[in-house]
Ligand binder design. Structure first.
Ligand SMILES: *Cc1c(COP(=O)(O)O)cnc(C)c1O
Length: 238
């Protein structure tokens, strides 16, 4: 088994164990393989193993690899290749790039302002699509982080839920950059509280089911605190 396959097995078994600890079904947790630091051959290896949810944080790189991997799938040399890739845009998005992103993906994790949501909604109307979006919340309270401040999250969710083209499917957050596992957990618990509060307010659409949280350093804690989508890169590619 190659290094990447081995890493993926390890990540998957850690997820399974974290699910067991927290009495969750493994099927309720989706792994998005973050390819931003991987070369195309490494990404092909992941795809060959049957993984079809891939994440990128920059529009330029997303366009590049989506095209290369798309061509690779068309050649269809191996049985285990998925029919298509679900790309996830997980990084900060500039408003003027919304249209380009919508051509490639219908899942944007990083919506954190009203203006960005409005722009995506407008571009979606023009393109005739209904993308899934997540509200990125700054649950770690670090000032340099992207994400709507905790105190403004519910109101912004309500405004986005009223838009006609985008589908608000949940929230996304990034854990704090620290080795202190308790601090990480506090941040994920805060995310879950906001998620539940938005549910309680009653305006959330039926698609509002996802919590995208957990990266290489903290995905097991994220599973324990209710994550439904994990975004893992370096633990797989290094
Ligand atoms: C890079 C990145 C990840 C993955 O981080 P790793 O530590 O490499 O697992 C997850 N989410 C976002 C938004 C990222 O930019």
């Amino acid at each position: 088994m190659g290094k990447i396959a081995e890493n993926l097995e390890k990540v998957k078994s850690n997820i399974t164990e974290a699910c067991a600890r927290s009495r969750r079904a493994t099927g309720d947790v989706k792994l998005v393989v973050v390819t931003k630091s991987a070369n195309v051959d490494a990404i092909k290896e992941v795809v060959n193993l049957g993984y079809s949810d891939l994440g990128e944080n920059r529009v330029q790189h997303l366009k590049l690899v989506a095209e290369e991997i798309g061509e690779y799938l068309e050649q269809g040399e191996s049985q285990s290749l998925p029919a298509k890739i679900n790309w996830h845009m997980i990084g900060h998005l500039q408003r003027n790039k919304s249209k380009q992103v919508l051509k490639i993906t219908d899942f944007i994790h990083s919506v954190d302002t009203l203006r960005l949501a409005e722009e995506i909604d407008k571009a979606s109307a023009k393109a005739g699509v209904n993308p899934k979006i997540l509200l990125q919340v700054n649950c770690s309270l670090e000032p340099q982080k992207y994400g709507v401040p905790v105190g403004a999250a519910v109101h912004l969710a309500e405004q986005i839920a009223e838009m006609g083209n985008v589908r608000l499917c949940g929230i996304m957050t990034m854990g704090p950059l620290t080795r202190d596992k308790d601090l990480v957990r506090v941040s994920f618990v805060r995310a879950r509280e906001i998620f539940e509060e938005i549910h309680k307010e009653g305006f959330s659409p039926k698609d509002f089911v996802h919590m995208s949280m957990g990266m290489s350093a903290d995905y097991e804690i994220a599973v324990e605190e209710g994550a439904t989508i994990l975004r893992v890169g370096s633990a797989i590619f290094s």
